[in-house]
Design a protein around this ligand. Sequence first.
Ligand code: MYR
Length: 131
Amino acid sequence: TFDGNWKIDRNDNYEKFMEQMGINMVKRKLAAHDNLKITIQQTGDKFHVKESSSFRTLEIDFTLGVTFDYSLADGTELSGSWTMEGDMLKGIFSRKDNGKQLTTTRIVQGDELIQSYNYEGVDAKRIFKRG
Ligand code: MYR
């Protein structure tokens, strides 16, 4: 169900979220229009994700329930894991620099992939369409 190519369509409150993350205004403006594309391939409890944006391209492999490291485009390092709850992927990550938690979910609704984020009380969403 998550499998396929996804292209960012729109953001909801993403700039406020990035502000809460401590990202400066110039980077926030660029990141709000990052042309993010993700390709997801699931095999059992293993996922292969290709991420490409105006900042970078990278490939990530993770297994549900297994902790891994992930760096944001600005270099902020996270560590955490994804689990599946029903049809929803739930990620709990923590920042290595300050220990604070970033939670995120992914769910497919109709023809859209909705990724939500929470950091220190601020919620945001990024909504992708197949393509
Ligand atoms: C993946 O499944 O795509 C790799 C792991 C993602 C970890 C959580 C991503 C949080 C990204 C937050 C973006 C915040 C920008 C300020």
